[in-house]
Write a protein that binds this ligand. Structure first.
Ligand code: ASP
Ligand code: MG
Length: 466
């Protein structure tokens, strides 16, 4: 039988009705596939845990206690509605008590010390998944599904980069196979905590916020799964944001590199690094809707739609600024670009897009607006000698910039696509301030002003087809 990994996000496992929807999916799908399930914390729980801990470190002894009480109530109420067996109820209640006691003890410690370390924060953050996986597993057992909660600390071995740990794939594959293969072979369905792992010596780590997707991919790769399905609250990857484009559609098939571009450019799909373990093994990925499981969703595979070409989706990232370093004296002077981006990196700003005219008289790049002030100052300092000599005129800022990204392998392969994009924008009098071709050549980024952004997305959307 083929093995599928199902990952359910916070909203998909955040209420009685949601967990019931999950259970129906599992009951149905287990007839066709072996399943391993990865779950997030219930929605909002990770935030509440981290807030409690951070406030405690600032001397607030109440927030964490209130959070603990609320979390206890929320999880136990959900459990009462879903778990029928009194022994199961009791066992779950005991594990909730133990985890929340740990939370309160740690927070009390932070309050006394007046600080919290990244390492301790990971132990706190991981509690959300640890509260939830046993609940989902027990809810499944209540319906006769042989589910077993598994702590990912037993499976995913990571480095000690707390808050954003990376998996060590060798030992992870070994442990995951050793722990899960026998369980799967016996017909069991593991319900695994997403988001967390452990260092080789057993200290809890997390894979970064939203990291449960990554967990599912790591486990899928470690088990050589036949597919990994990400269940969310939407039918799949959309051709555009339906709030902007009312006739946006679900993309049926999309390629790995196309989805990476989309993720990078703000569509809330998947962090590109998330699916890397699956790309490495050519494992197909699906996006499906927990609350509308009959919908086929989106398939992400090595190659996109048959026939390759075309534009798949158009998306916009907002709250950006475009900075331009310009001056005639830059022509032919080596090292200006390197110094420019060193100055940007010095203030820890990430650059979303770069374009340099071949006349070499200006470099422009786009960063999140919150970094603008610091970056401008850093650049003016770095380039001070050139500015003083008038080789460089200065650093110019355009706020209110939006990057509109058009994604699709067709951009590389279909002659005239770029022209059609610009024609569509020209017809609506939308001015494009900068352009860059994505490095994978399956995206084009255009900088427009915030006022034009929605209109630009609407103008381009008719060019998407499947
Ligand atoms: N619960 C974690 C978070 O909120 C991980 C996840 O949901 O994927 O970041
Ligand atoms: Mg989440």
């Amino acid at each position: 039988m083929s093995l599928h990994i199902f990952k359910f996000g916070g909203t998909s496992v955040g209420s009685v009705a949601a967990i019931e929807a999950v259970a129906r999916i599992v009951e149905h799908e287990r007839r066709a596939h072996q399943l391993a399930i990865v779950v997030s914390a219930q929605n909002g729980v990770t935030d509440a845990l981290l807030r409690g801990a951070n406030r405690a470190a600032e001397g607030d002894g109440e927030t964490y206690q209130r959070s603990a009480a609320e979390l206890r109530q929320r999880h136990l109420e959900t459990a009462r509605a879903l778990i029928t067996d009194p022994d199961e109820q009791q066992a779950y209640a005991a594990s909730v008590a133990r985890l929340l006691d740990e939370f309160c003890t740690l927070c009390h410690g932070f309050q006394v010390l007046g600080e919290v370390t990244p390492r301790a924060l990971d132990t706190i953050a991981a509690l959300g998944e640890r509260l939830n996986a046993p609940l989902v597993a027990a809810a499944l057992r209540a319906r006769g599904v042989p589910a077993e909660a598994v702590d990912a600390g037993e499976l995913i071995v990571t480095d000690d980069h707390y808050g954003d740990a990376s998996p060590l794939m060798g030992p992870t594959i070994e442990r995951t196979q050793a722990r899960l293969r026998p369980l799967l072979a016996a017909g069991g369905i593991p319900v695994i905590t997403g988001f967390l792992g452990a260092t080789p010596t057993g200290t809890t780590t997390t894979l970064g916020r939203g990291g449960s997707d990554y967990s599912a991919a790591i486990i899928g790769a470690a088990l050589d799964a036949d597919a990994v399905v990400f269940y969310k609250e939407v039918d799949g990857v959309m051709t555009a944001d339906p709030r902007i484009v009312p006739d946006a559609r679900v993309v049926q098939r999309i390629a790995y590199d196309e989805i990476s571009e989309l993720a990078y450019f703000g569509a809330k799909v998947l962090h590109p690094k998330t699916i890397q373990p699956l790309i490495d093994k050519n494992i197909p990925v699906y996006f499906k809707n927990t609350f509308n499981p009959e919908h086929p969703g989106t398939l992400v595979s090595p190659r996109g739609a048959a026939g390759g070409g075309t534009i798949k989706a158009v998306t916009a990232i907002r709250n950006l600024s475009m900075l331009t370093v310009a001056g005639r004296g830059m022509l032919g002077v080596p090292g200006i670009a390197a110094r420019t981006f060193t100055a940007v990196a010095r203030v820890h700003a990430s650059v979303l897009m770069i374009s340099q005219a071949s006349s070499e008289q200006s470099i422009c790049f786009v960063i999140p607006s919150r970094h603008t002030e610091a970056v401008k100052r850093s650049l003016e300092q770095e380039l001070q000698p050139e500015i003083a000599r008038r080789d460089i005129d200065g650093v110019f800022v355009q706020d209110d910039a939006v990057i509109v990204t058009v994604v699709g392998a067709g951009i590389r392969t279909t002659p005239g696509i770029a022209w059609r994009i610009f024609a569509a924008l020209g017809e609506r009098n939308i001015n494009v301030h900068a352009i860059a071709l994505g490095s994978s050549e399956c995206s084009i980024c255009l900088v427009v002003t915030a006022a034009d952004a929605d209109e630009a997305v609407r103008a381009i959307h008719p060019l998407t087809y499947q």
